[in-house]
Every structure is written in structure tokens, then in C-alpha cells.
Design a protein around this ligand. Sequence first.
Ligand SMILES: C[S@@+](CC[C@H](N)C(=O)[O-])C[C@H]1O[C@@H](n2cnc3c(N)ncnc32)[C@H](O)[C@@H]1O
Length: 303
Amino acid sequence: MNYRHIYHAGNFADVFKHCILIMLMQSLSQKDKAISYLDTHAGIGLYDLTSENAQKTREYENGIARLYNLQDYTNCPEVINTYLQIVRAVNNGKDIIDRPNIGAVTLAASTIYLPKFYPGSPYIMRSLLRSQDYITLVEMHPEDVLALKQEFQKDKQVAVHHLDGYQSMKAFLPPKNGRGLILIDPAYEQKDEMQNIIAAMQIALDRFSVGIYAIWYPIKDQEMIQSFYKDLKQLAAQNILITGLSVGEDASAYGGLTSCGMAIINAPWQFEKQLKPMVAWLSRILVGDSIGKHDVRWLLHDR
Ligand SMILES: C[S@@+](CC[C@H](N)C(=O)[O-])C[C@H]1O[C@@H](n2cnc3c(N)ncnc32)[C@H](O)[C@@H]1O
């Protein structure tokens, strides 16, 4: 297990993933009934962007920093305000001043403002939790799980487990209260990670067919992605929405990753209508209209 998320925290892929997660949680929260959120590959709660490891890559520059340093928030989707409020809240509203990016994609301002801490998915989802909701966090890395346990030790609405993420889908599904959101966000260190996801999804859907499953993935090899989509279509699900964001050919300013996507199994009713303008807006802010590509479409749809 070599992957450490601190090198990537707050990058364009995190912004994309976390904004979609917030939208899914908000959509589920429209009903009073309790929600169980399962994070199969949780990482740690908070990432220090001033730490040595985050500073080595500075991937946040073309992620959270772009949203944080916007001059004008008019026409910004509602979820962005919620997302930024969460980031500001975990930092008690205190920003730090960072040096400007000198890479290929440069922020216009000579000074950029940054949150010291970037919240990972556990913290973002904890911020949205109502008193009736519950979170299960699963992490395999011994240091990361320890950090999570310390972070949430006194929190009665959060349980942390040192376990394999795919095993947790067997162990914790179906949730007791019947409504569930599951984030599957692995490190993709294994060559067969996508096959592992499909195998885990077959078991998970068998146990909990009505859950909303959000699977994040890097898009590197088109053949592999097409094969993943083909496998997703074979699952016992009727609705799968996919969305992608691409930063173009020059990945140097984005930590080497050019494109990523999210597959949402059992996406909420008409979710694509909210998602399309949000992803288009993110693409414009994070990449720019002339280079960025984005996509929202149904892989399977029965409605
Ligand atoms: C992409 S990061 C998670 C980021 C987090 N979900 C977020 O959005 O803030 C992937 C995490 O999976 C963990 N991991 C790797 N293999 C795992 C496994 N088999 N089961 C659970 N977690 C694993 C890594 O240690 C890493 O923290």
C-alpha cells in the first residue's frame, strides 16, 4: 500500500468527486428518513496543504485554489457554495496566503488564498450529516485508519473500521435503515482494481439493490474504461449515470492525471439535470472552456 492521498488532496479530481458527493447527499436528504453513508476507501479526515508532502506536488493549485480564488461567484452552482462553506468551516474561516503558480496553467492573481486544511470525503460528509444519519468509514492503511479513529473517536454518528473496502460492502450492506449512499474511491494501485470493483458491486447489489453507489475512477486507458463500462452494464442495476472531466493533453499542471470519471449506480431521479450544469461550470473554472472536456450521460437508463 504505497498510495498516500496527501499528494493529491484538493486537486481537480477531488473537487469534482466531492462536489458530486455533496449533491448526492443533498438529494437523499430531501426525505427525513435516515441515511447511511459508507466510505469504502476513506483516506484521512483532513489534509494539511502546507505539509511537506502536499507541497511536493501542489496539485491543489489547479483544484481547490481555483475555486477559492474566484473573483466572481455569480452563476456558480449552489453546491459550490456549500462545498466552499464546508472547506472554510473546517479552517475556522482562516485562509493562508500561498505563492502563485508558475506552471503552465497560471492563476491570474499574484497572491492566492488557500485553506490550510482540505477536508477529505469523511469530513465533507460529516458536515452534511443530520441527527438521524450515520457514517461508516473504512480504510486499510494503518496510519490513515488511526488518523480517522482519532478524528472521530468521540463522534457517535461515525464508525471507523480497519478493513478492506470491498469486504466492507459485504459486512455493512444492507444498512439497518434501508437508505444508503456508498462511495467507492480506491487508490487504483492494483491493475485489476476495476474488476475488483465489479466483483464487489455484484455482491453489493445482491445484498442492497436500492443503494446509491458512486464509483470514482481515473481515465487513463480508453480500452480499460470501455471494458469497465461494458462490465457495469452487466450489473443487476437499471440506472447508471456516468460523468467525466478531462483537463486536456497537458497533464503536467494536474499531477499527471488528465481525466477522471464517476459512475453513479441508482442515481436519484433527474440527477443528470443538476449534474450537467455543475460539471460544465467546474470544467470552465478548473480547466478553461477551450481545453476542458466534460460529459454527463446515462450508461443505463430505464426511466
Ligand atoms: C483515493 S484515496 C481516498 C480518498 C477519500 N475517499 C477522499 O475522497 O477524501 C484511497 C484510499 O484507499 C486506501 N486503500 C487502499 N487499499 C485499500 C483497501 N483494500 N481497502 C480500503 N482502503 C484502501 C488508501 O490508503 C487511500 O487512503
